[in-house]
Ligand binder design. Structure first.
Ligand code: XMP
Length: 513
């Protein structure tokens, strides 16, 4: 794809993805690459600008990330942020002071004064709050540089070499706490790098459709559709590009939420692709009968999913391409190291390695999640699927504690649907990142219509989180919870008590199993 490209060179900072997001919000395509990327590769990418990220190290440590100084000879504008600023100063012959030699360290909200004659601060207020997070500091500027921003502790809060188009900030313009940070990045991209801003989802979809057509030719493609945002958007895109040359297999394991299987089918059945829905509910429930242990449930579902998919794929025979809904964070976060397995996640979009195909197509591998959603909207995908909250591959099986029966699945589907309906009615559905009901295995005594009941306790869970690695329980207003509780105990059989889960992650996880 021939877009304007800005390259973010990753020196190990925690905001690297955020920088890329900000650049894309300015409608400029951006990629994150390691600082170890060979200079020839960088040159071949022909970037309009380069941004060095922050990083946890000091430039003088032996182990600190450094790259070939040729980067400064490419004739490409560079913005260095925090560690990236230190690396620029150090690499061009200036001096970076170690924090223990001065009291220059700054953390958090800091007032900064800017020279608005500098292109990166042009049109901005002369004084505003920035977000600092540094021990080391710029002590002496390299030749050709001058200060264009300072704070009370930091005379070189921002520096420039206008002739070479090198800029650096000690603070982090990419975080929200830096008041004019977004505009500063915009100035760098548009005023310094001369970008035009050609990264829009309309443009992306047209280019992607053209490229998919060229690649696939008259071949056949196969996609495992889960109903999740990523595979749904990939399906819609491929449907536009190659129509009936695509076959989507949607394995309905009978553990979806209420009506969800039908919604997925309705969104794709008339889209021109060969849509195969496999109603495998009985098959899955048969395998799960009597199983109580969470990991065992996950394994059974994962394996059975592969079996069902395999049976269907065999009917289609050899395909040329396998389509996957991989998105950009999956690409840059690959290699999670030695982290302990808390739960074996089963992702129905995963690579089925037994399917006979020539090549993989990953049409979303350049996109962040919100861009995938924007693309879905551009392509006319049903809003329900565009804004679908994350739903685990094993579905309701891991939200029914203990053994799973068809009756329990039906009970949970009804209760969960009421919860979701009321959250949407209260206008909270886009604020709470994930919310659902869990059928606990506990029964307790209640009284209804003067009679004794001995029924199940239902737990409600709602969390706010940005990455699903940590999460806080959502403060859902009591009157909303009350409405949900009254409706569920009145409308759903076998439930006589509702509790709200007030644990965060950690120590709990988001799902109960
Ligand atoms: P936990 O429960 O680990 O969940 O805090 C974190 C996020 O992952 C989702 N989740 C899964 N997603 N397959 C998936 O595709 C799985 O097996 C799975 N288990 C949990 C969970 O819904 C939450 O968003």
């Amino acid at each position: 794809m021939s877009h304007e490209l800005v390259l973010v060179l990753d020196f190990g900072g925690q905001y690297n993805q955020l920088i890329a997001r900000r650049v894309r919000e300015h409608k400029i395509y951006c990629e994150v690459k390691s600082y170890m990327t060979p200079i020839e590769e960088i040159r071949a990418m022909n970037p309009k600008g380069i941004i060095f990220t922050g990083g946890p190290n000091s430039v003088y440590m032996d182990s600190s990330p450094r790259m070939d100084k040729e980067i400064f000879e490419l004739g490409v504008p560079i913005l260095g942020i925090c560690y990236g600023a230190h690396f620029m100063v150090y690499g061009l012959g200036g001096i970076v002071g170690a924090a223990n030699e001065s009291a220059a360290a700054e953390f958090g909200r800091t007032e900064c004064i800017f020279d608005t004659n500098s292109p990166i601060f042009s049109g901005l207020k002369e004084e505003s709050i920035v977000w600092m997070s540094h021990n080391d500091y710029i002590e002496k500027l390299p030749e050709g540089f001058r200060a264009v921003g300072h704070s009370s502790k930091c005379p070189y809060g921002a520096i420039e070499n206008r002739e070479k188009k090198f800029y650096a900030t000690q603070f982090h313009p990419e975080v929200n706490h830096t008041e004019q940070g977004f505009e500063m990045l915009g100035n760098f991209l548009y005023k310094v790098c001369g970008c035009k801003g050609d990264w829009t989802m309309e443009e992306y979809s047209q280019t992607a459709i053209r490229e998919i057509r060229e690649k696939v030719g008259s071949g056949k493609a196969l996609l495992a559709l889960s109903g999740g945002v990523d595979s749904s958007v990939a399906c819609k895109l491929l449907a536009k590009a190659i129509g009936s040359q695509l076959t989507c297999i949607f394995v309905d394991h009978g553990l979806m939420r209420k009506n969800e299987g039908n919604e997925v089918e309705a969104a794709f059945a008339d889209s021109g692709v060969n849509f195969v829905r496999v109603n495998a509910g009985e098959r899955f429930l048969g395998k799960l009968a009597g199983i109580e242990e969470p990991e065992q449930k996950r394994k059974i579902i994962g394996e059975e999913f592969i079996r069902v998919f395999e049976d269907e794929a065999k009917k289609i025979g050899k395909v040329d391409f396998l389509v996957q809904g991989t998105i950009y964070p999956d690409v840059i976060e690959s290699g999670a190291g030695d982290a302990a397995v808390i739960k074996s996640h089963h992702n129905v979009g995963g690579l089925p390695d037994y399917v006979d195909f020539k090549e993989i197509i990953e049409p979303l591998r350049l996109l962040f999640k919100d861009e995938v959603r924007a693309l879905g909207t551009t392509l006319g995908l049903d809003e329900k699927l565009v804004w679908r909250q994350p739903f685990p591959g094993p579905g309701l099986a891991i939200r029914i504690i203990g053994d799973i029966t068809p009756e329990k699945v039906a009970t949970l589907q009804e209760a969960d649907a009421i919860f979701r309906e009321e959250i949407a009615a209260a206008g909270l559905d886009r604020d709470i990142n994930q919310y659902f009901a869990v059928l606990t295995n506990m029964r307790s005594v209640g009284v209804m219509g003067d009679g004794r009941t001995y029924d199940y306790t239902l737990a409600l869970r709602g969390v706010s989180t940005s990455d699903f690695m940590t999460a806080d329980f959502s403060r859902i207003p009591y009157d909303v919870l009350e409405k949900v509780s009254v409706r569920i105990v009145n409308e759903v059989k076998n439930i006589n008590r509702i509790v709200y889960d007030i644990t965060s992650k950690p120590p709990a996880t988001i799902e109960w199993e």
